[in-house]
Design a binder for this molecule. Structure first.
Ligand code: 5GP
Ligand code: MN
Length: 321
């Protein structure tokens, strides 16, 4: 029954804004552009789309990505009929998008993070889904909306990237069923693979090699982490998109059980990106005001890197990992 409400709100809303989360990944961008394509195809309506920070180059081939505006380009006094958040676990991950979200006549929150507290008027949160892209595809199928090739490509990128190419434990039969249907629509998996995974910049590879080379290992190598300072980013002219996949590389080491990257932020705080093989790291990150998934989570601590790392290590080391 919530599905028909989703359909009705979109039908009755004249101006719609779709928001993605800060440091956008393939899931939030694929879901945003996929939803844009679906609303355009099924209702002949053009939504506004907003990104909170730079879109990584590897996603610049996504259909309709050129229509995405930076949040600073959108008038904050605007009152949208409807604001839809995709893959935004907590509203503060929408940065200044929150101003528009709070003012909107209606809000919809579509996500798959178990820490999402259903902050929208209408909420579609399925923690069993691999990705927000998979949640959206389920909604479109339920409503018998037409999914064209542009939309299918966006949703496929969302599912592909959030499952680490169908490798992570969020990959379920439903994930393959969704991917199979998208391929039937016309998605070319090898073409998308090349665009997403074989398009890293030289800067990203060299920067990550440096970050890995100074990694630290604790607890019989069960804990692996690296600290990224502002000066490191400057030395390599690396942007935030150069962090993508770095924590996974530390987790890929056979002995690693928990891996994290602590990044010194411009504001002085420290951003953590955490991954694990067995431990619930969302629970650890929640202690510091963050969240995410069981094996992939993050948080930001308002403390200098050295202090913040000590706080996080204390929590990790107090657990059986
Ligand atoms: P990443 O390490 O790739 O930035 O984030 C991993 C996962 O944790 C993502 O699913 C992301 O949504 C979540 N996450 C990262 N940082 C935060 C944060 O500060 N707050 C919350 N609630 N989730 C976060
Ligand atoms: Mn996601």
């Amino acid at each position: 029954m919530e599905y028909s409400k989703f359909n009705d709100i979109i039908k009755s809303s004249k101006n719609i804004l779709i928001l993605s989360h800060v440091n956008p990944d393939g899931d939030t961008l694929g879901s945003m552009c996929g939803l844009y394509c679906a609303i355009l195809e099924n209702f002949k309506k053009k939504c506004d789309m907003a990104a909170m920070s730079k879109i990584p180059d590897i996603y610049m081939h996504m259909p309709n990505i050129d229509k995405v505006k930076h949040i600073d380009e959108i008038d904050k006094s605007r009152e949208y009929d409807l604001v839809i958040n995709v893959d935004i676990a907590a509203i503060d991950r929408a940065c200044d998008g929150k101003i528009l979200f709070d003012k909107a006549k209606s809000t919809i929150n579509i996500d798959h993070h178990k820490t999402n507290n259903a902050y929208g008027n209408l909420n579609f949160i399925n923690p069993d889904a691999s990705s927000t892209g998979e949640v959206l595809f389920g909604i479109f199928n339920e409503l018998n909306w037409k999914v064209n090739l542009d939309c299918a490509n966006c949703l496929y990128i969302a599912i592909l990237t959030d499952t680490g190419s169908f490798r992570f434990d969020n990959t379920k039969p439903k994930t393959f069923e969704s991917a199979a249907k998208l391929v039937e629509i016309g998605v070319n998996p090898s073409d998308i693979y090349k665009k997403v995974y074989e398009s890293d910049s030289k800067t990203l590879v060299m920067f990550q090699a440096y970050c890995i080379s100074k990694a630290k290992f604790l607890n019989n190598d069960k804990i692996a982490y690296t600290v990224v300072y502002k000066k490191d980013m400057e030395k390599f002219s690396a942007g935030d998109e150069c962090m993508e996949g770095l924590t996974e590389k530390l987790r890929a080491i056979v002995s690693t059980r928990i891996a994290f990257v602590a990044k010194e932020m411009k504001s002085g705080g420290t951003k953590f990106s955490m991954r694990s093989k067995f431990t619930d790291v969302a629970q650890i990150c929640e202690l510091f005001g963050g969240g995410g998934h069981k094996f992939a989570a993050g948080c930001t601590i308002k403390a200098p890197v050295e202090d913040a790392v000590k706080m996080v290590l204390k929590e990790i080391e107090s657990r059986e990992i």
